[in-house]
Ligand binder design. Structure first.
Ligand SMILES: [Zn+2]
Length: 339
């Protein structure tokens, strides 16, 4: 048994629960992904059991003993309030009716008997990315964008995570972008599930590829092998990334548009916040090095910076799928320190 205090990060996703443990000394005890099924489609009661089980397994695997855990950081996909109440509307991941207005932070705190803090997954990942690069130094500010099924985000200003008045700050995916360098003359305006047209997620997400970019660009490539793929459950859209890695012209064009969309989003953030760094995470960065370096170079090329801002970095988000859980654990540690 260790005498060190520990903090758990529990990252609840649409399909998996991922748990990590952070020591008070700032080192992570779990270096590999430790994940189990989240079963969110079966509703809150089943999922809470899964989360408890995942936490217990992580604690057992690390050999530290449950009594060493002082607090929990919990993160989930949005939309949810700052207090961890799942929104009744517009949730892609929490479709089971039992989740509407479900106070998941309170419920998990009661189930475990441990103080539990909450962040949405974009904010948790952003906190982790920022701390890896800048530590706790209050000088620095950054934005993290996670391009996956949707486009999640998080903003850290002067070392502090920005939650906003109701917890909905940094919804980077739903910022509407200018279209001049994105939209082809005959292209319909991309639509987002949130109801907006031409927002960042409508361009830069797997859902954006499926609903907007692929239907348009595939028509321009009548000989493309994707025409022979049966398009069940977005099967064609899911394959665009592997074509992109192989250098396929249509796929690269789609990802070029996504990189430009992120550059436009980052430009808006630069004008508002004058940031030090950007991080790009999500599935789009879990690709071959050549592809992700190409993607980031297109993004950097389209990001206009003032001479004074040339030191701004655009990096891959560290630790891939573990960023959410690690950021949640950091949040628990930092909240505990703050009392
Ligand atoms: Zn949207």
């Amino acid at each position: 048994m260790s005498s060190l205090n520990f903090f758990a990060g529990v990252d609840l996703g649409g399909t998996k629960v991922n748990v990590t443990l952070l020591g008070e000394d700032g080192t992570f005890r779990i270096t590999e992904m430790l994940e189990s099924p989240s079963l969110v489609e079966q509703g809150p009661a089943v999922t809470l059991k899964q989360m408890e089980l995942a936490l217990r397994q992580a604690v057992d695997a690390s050999g530290i003993g449950m009594s060493s855990i002082k607090a929990i950081g919990l993160d989930t996909p949005g939309p949810a309030s700052a207090e961890g109440v799942i929104s009744a509307q517009g949730s892609t991941n929490f479709g089971n009716p039992g989740w509407a207005r479900f106070p998941i932070r309170d419920a998990f705190q009661q189930a475990t008997g441990l103080p539990t803090v909450y962040a949405n997954d974009g904010n948790a990942a952003a906190l982790h990315c920022h701390r890896v690069k800048f530590g706790r130094d209050a000088k620095f500010s950054s934005l993290t964008a996670a391009v996956g099924t949707g486009l999640g985000g998080g903003i850290v200003v002067n070392g502090q995570l920005v939650a906003g008045a109701t917890g909905f700050a940094a919804e980077a995916g739903h910022v509407v972008l200018p279209t001049r360098s994105l939209l082809e003359p005959d292209q319909p305006m991309p639509k987002c599930n949130c109801g907006r047209e031409g927002d960042a997620e409508a361009w830069a997400s797997l859902t954006g590829i499926r609903n907007n970019l692929l239907p348009y660009y595939l028509q321009k490539y009548p000989d493309h092998p994707l025409w022979h793929v049966d398009d069940v459950d977005g099967a064609r859209a899911k394959r665009v990334r592997s074509y992109g890695e192989k250098g396929d012209a249509m796929a690269r064009l789609i990802f070029k548009k996504q990189a430009i969309a992120l550059a436009l989003l980052f430009d808006i953030a630069m004008q508002l916040l004058d940031l030090d760094a950007f991080f790009v995470g999500g599935g789009i960065m879990q690709t071959k090095p050549e592809f992700r370096e190409w993607f980031l170079s297109v993004l950097r090329e389209h990001l206009p910076l003032r001479d004074e801002q040339k030191g701004v970095s655009v990096d891959i988000a560290p630790d891939g799928d573990m960023a959410g859980a690690r950021g949640a654990a950091r949040l628990a540690l930092e909240s505990w320190h703050a009392g």
